[in-house]
Design a binder for this molecule. Structure first.
Ligand SMILES: Cc1cc2nc3c(=O)[nH]c(=O)nc-3n(C[C@H](O)[C@H](O)[C@H](O)COP(=O)(O)O)c2cc1C
Length: 181
């Protein structure tokens, strides 16, 4: 069955490792007939959550209008939300953290968002898988709180420079993730 998938990226490197995996995922998902909406957070303007709790009261998800408000309707409609990002300082890059923080608006706004699938594609320089805990654990816990189920994770260590992902099976794993959505 064709699904609506929102893919949210967090790297500023258009030819980078997480983008290569993102593209492999999207290609595989579209080949399966899924409808993909992509949001490259690093190329958009999304601020942090101001915790004003006026979400959706002005007709938009966030009262502090930015590009999150163009993404929110797609998330509301989506069957699956896929986050892709590198590890920055053992954590989630600032570029995508604003988007994740603004998911709060869907909760405060009382939106019916339970039951979506969620997935993660991430990578880092160091060879230790636990380096990705700072991305993986917050995402898993946030998904649980939102009542989204984790459909799959692609965690690729040992990639630093543009092109390094080609020395791993990261793109193959990202393409295979499409089978789990
Ligand atoms: C600001 C910054 C912080 C980073 N912090 C880490 C880190 O804490 N641990 C790590 O293993 N790699 C770290 N890296 C390396 C990236 O995770 C790695 O280069 C990754 O492949 C980049 O993915 P991209 O090509 O999709 O941007 C950092 C890179 C940058 C630019």
């Amino acid at each position: 069955m064709s699904k609506k998938i929102v893919v949210i990226t967090g790297s500023p490197r258009k030819s980078g490792n997480s983008f290569a995996m993102t593209e492999a995922f999207i290609q595989a998902a579209e080949a399966k007939g899924h409808q993909v909406t992509r949001f490259d957070a690093a190329m958009k303007n999304v601020g942090g959550c101001r915790a004003c709790e006026t979400c959706f009261k002005t007709g938009k998800a966030c009262s502090f209008d930015d590009d999150f408000n163009t993404l929110a309707p797609a998330i509301l409609e989506a069957d699956a939300v896929v986050f892709t990002m590198p590890v920055y300082w053992y954590s989630i890059p600032a570029q995508i953290k604003g988007v994740i923080d603004k998911l709060f608006s869907l909760v405060v706004g009382g939106k019916d968002i339970a039951g979506k699938a969620c997935a993660l594609i991430t990578c880092c320089e160091e060879d230790d898988l636990s380096v990705m805990d700072g991305v993986r654990i917050p995402l898993e816990r946030s998904a649980a709180l939102l009542k989204w189920h984790m459909a799959g994770e692609v965690l690729i260590p040992g990639v630093l420079n543009v092109g390094d992902i080609e020395k791993t099976d990261g793109c193959r794993q990202a393409a295979a993730l499409a089978d789990k959505i």
